[in-house]
Design a protein around this ligand. Structure first.
Ligand code: CAA
Length: 240
């Protein structure tokens, strides 16, 4: 059954793969993005998926952005909180701005988006929410005190909200990727990246489509009994 889905950060990287997978599953997809107009336009030209520009870290921008999507497409039944950034630095070098930027986008952004679709989902007694966390929210990562804190927070948020949504037909889950071949991972210095790949038992980075398929399953009607779960897809790098 086709539903209206929002994918934040949905025009690039893992988000773009998720947007395409949900479209292929028959859903009507709105992909949001924060700043890269060129990539968003290329994505729409390639896929026909509409993009909407707003900052997930800004509550009012999320409210009006979601209203715009609903006006164009109808009530949002699926929300994928995928937008995320890194500002890596060892903690003794990490600035308050690096801390705040990552928490605002990767954790508060999840609140801002979810809060603005929650009442509608409760009223209609149906919803699917999937938040993209990270292996580094589960195991911690040198140089990512900000990112690990936010991504661990996403998991706690999900477990709490799953309990609140259960009686209202809303499932709330996490997909937790390991190291995936995206621009974000390619920005890690090559030497460090080689060391990381050496720690992945399957011996390679993951592919964005491998994460998208996890998301497509969790939003499907088949996954109605799964809520509050964290689905790890990390090539065996961290077993929780
Ligand atoms: N464990 C222990 N020590 C480490 C270390 C590690 N993993 N990484 C670096 N160090 C040590 C270095 O050996 C060095 O030690 P010495 O001073 O004794 O020589 C010290 O830390 C400082 O290292 P650098 O000079 O390299 O410090 P830097 O400021 O230039 O950079 C860094 C540090 C930014 C953390 C860099 O090492 C880095 O980018 N690491 C990768 C972090 C990472 O994995 N990010 C994930 C990005 S992808 C993503 O986030 C997606 C996802 O969800 C998986």
């Amino acid at each position: 059954m086709g539903r209206v889905a929002i994918v934040t950060g949905g025009s690039r990287g893992i988000g773009a793969s998720i947007s395409k997978a949900l479209k292929a599953a028959g859903h009507e997809v709105a992909a949001t993005y924060g700043g890269n107009d060129e990539a968003a336009k290329a994505f729409t030209d390639e896929t026909g998926i509409r993009t909407f520009k707003f900052d997930v870290g800004d509550y009012d921008a999320c409210k009006s952005g979601i209203a715009e999507v609903e006006e164009a497409m109808g009530p949002v039944e699926i929300l994928i909180n995928n937008a995320g950034i890194t500002r890596d630095a060892p903690f003794h070098k990490m600035t308050p701005d690096q801390w705040k930027a990552v928490i605002d986008t990767n954790l508060t952004g999840v609140f801002n988006m979810t809060h603005n679709v929650w009442t509608g989902m409760r009223d209609r007694s149906f919803g699917r929410i999937v938040t993209i966390s990270s292996i580094n929210g589960q195991k911690g990562q040198f140089g990512q005190a900000n990112y690990s804190a936010a991504k661990a927070g996403d998991i706690g948020f999900t477990k709490a909200l799953a309990q609140e949504g259960a009686k209202k037909g809303i499932t709330v889950n996490v997909v937790s990727p390991g190291y995936i071949a995206t621009d974000m991972v390619m920005a890690v210095p090559e030497k460090v990246r080689e060391q990381i790949v050496a720690q992945i038992p399957v011996g390679r980075l993951g592919e964005p489509d491998e994460i998208a398929r996890c998301v497509a399953f969790l939003v499907s009607d088949d996954a109605g009994f799964i809520t509050g779960a964290t689905l790890s897809a990390n090539g065996g790098q961290y077993l929780s």
